[in-house]
Design a protein around this ligand. Structure first.
Ligand code: ADP
Ligand code: MG
Length: 316
């Protein structure tokens, strides 16, 4: 539903976004992940028609963002990096103001306001000035203004930055909930956020896309192989490590540690095979009892460091 094709954006001599292309399907929660200065906000501003790309094309359900910005804006709710709230207005006054800006009137306005307030759990704070609310609640007010006109698409620029851990969990929960009905694009520099909230991620650095896919896909493509940690009961027999290493699908085996509980092997496996089955069959055949078998995950953090240091490559 959203197509971004070869978009570049320069601020004078600064090339903030370089030849970025991606598409987002209806109902997806897509994360733009990248360090400060990666170009996340610049892309979001282009999507919301706050500014136009220097070159390239953005369409939304086939509607061109440069030719029909008004149409595009109507379908989008936007929470900018610093929520545009007026501290002296009461929550109800502020939301009413936004509703009028959005062209809502009468019964429809009342109904839409009520629903946004409910969805963001703001009922108790309607008559508080926005400025005295905690940052978490101010962010809820920001979300309420973004969803007020019932847009299909939500664009949230670093929605949890500056919040405390509890507030972060609350806002993430709210976003996941909104994501059940809407297409959501959110930016973050927090890797866990992507894993916690997003269906798909686009990793950006220095204005370019380094990788795209689900977090699982990115992990797999980065590794090219899977590592399993295998804990077996008893003592390791002579030649067991070499024997396992000679099985099809097994790339390498490291004997890690021996303890009272047993011995641990770290097994690097080929992608295609079913690694769990290969390890299980081997252990049964050799009479070893498996105490645990867990895939060793390469964290998004490892991936991110690898990609941003090595220049990276496209995936998926
Ligand atoms: P992010 O949101 O990922 O932190 P931005 O999109 O804000 O990144 O910025 C991308 C690059 O563009 C940075 O180098 C930033 O300094 C530059 N930039 C952003 N806005 C402007 C602007 N209005 N004028 C000049 N340069 C800008
Ligand atoms: Mg930004």
């Amino acid at each position: 539903m959203i197509e971004v094709e070869k978009v570049c954006k320069s601020y004078g001599p600064v090339q903030a976004v370089k030849d970025v292309s991606f598409s987002i399907q209806k109902g997806e929660i897509m994360g733009l992940l990248g360090p400060n200065g990666a170009g996340k906000t610049t892309i979001m501003k282009a999507l919301t028609c706050y500014h136009y790309p220097t070159s390239g094309r953005i369409t939304l359900d086939g509607i061109d963002a440069v030719e029909n910005p008004q149409e595009v804006r109507m379908r989008i709710g936007y929470l900018p990096e610093s929520a545009p709230v007026y501290p002296e207005l009461h929550v109800s006054e502020y939301l009413d103001f936004i509703a009028r800006v959005r062209g809502l009137k009468g019964e429809r306005k009342t109904q839409f306001l009520k629903e946004a307030v409910q969805e963001c759990a703001l009922e108790r704070y309607l008559h508080h000035p926005v400025g005295i609310l905690s940052k978490g609640y101010r962010q809820r007010v920001g979300l309420a203004q973004a969803i007020l006109h019932k847009p299909d698409i939500l664009i949230l620029d670093e929605p949890t930055t500056g919040l405390d851990p509890n507030q972060i969990l609350e806002i993430r929960g709210l976003i996941r909930n909104l994501g059940k009905e809407k297409t959501v694009i959110l930016s973050t520099h927090i890797l866990q956020e992507v894993e916690a909230v997003c269906d798909r991620v686009l990793i950006l650095n220095d204005g370019s896309i380094l990788a795209e896919g689900t977090t699982g896909e990115i992990e797999r493509s980065m590794k090219g192989e899977l590592v399993y940690s295998l804990l077996l009961k008893g003592e390791i027999g002579d030649g067991a490590k070499e024997d396992l290493e000679n099985r099809p699908g097994v790339v390498k085996v490291n004997a890690l540690e021996a303890s009272d509980r047993g011995f641990r092997l770290e097994c690097t496996m080929d992608q295609g095979e079913d690694p769990g089955e290969i390890l299980f069959d081997w252990a049964v055949e050799k009479g070893y009892k498996i105490l645990s078998m867990t895939p060793v995950r390469m964290s998004l953090e490892d991936i991110f460091t690898k990609l941003t240091k090595e220049g990276g490559a496209y995936v998926s």
